[in-house]
Design a protein around this ligand. Structure first.
Ligand SMILES: [Zn+2]
Length: 115
């Protein structure tokens, strides 16, 4: 028996893709959405597993809101690289199983590690 909790956090940021030829080599912005899946198999007496509040606070502190991502990170800030980066930052604190970074409503990259 297990559940997956899902928490989302939006952030606005600018980026460009390094070593890339095409539209996205030029600086542009997105309203990104970080979507995080946490796995849990136990509920407490109130019927919850992990309190959403602290998770939201943690994610709010993690996302680079109103930043130029190429200045913040030492990797090319594609949705794929961002998803892996966020996963690795979250996994020490929460039982994360999957992270999706949405660049728009209909395009994003998911990252998971083999269990
Ligand atoms: Zn982009």
């Amino acid at each position: 028996m297990s559940w997956q909790l899902v928490v989302k956090q939006k952030f606005s940021a600018a980026h460009f893709l390094e070593n890339y030829k095409g539209k996205c080599e030029k600086m542009h912005g997105h309203t990104f959405e970080l979507e995080v899946f946490l796995r849990t198999s136990e509920l407490d007496k109130s019927g919850i597993s992990i309190d959403f509040g602290p998770v939201k606070d943690f994610l709010r502190g993690l996302v680079p809101d109103h930043k130029v991502l190429n200045e913040v990170y030492d990797f090319s800030p594609s949705a794929e690289n961002l998803a892996r980066y966020f996963f690795q930052r979250i996994k020490d604190t929460y039982p994360v199983v999957k992270v999706i970074v949405w660049e728009s409503e209909d395009a994003g990259a998911a990252y998971a590690e083999d269990q």
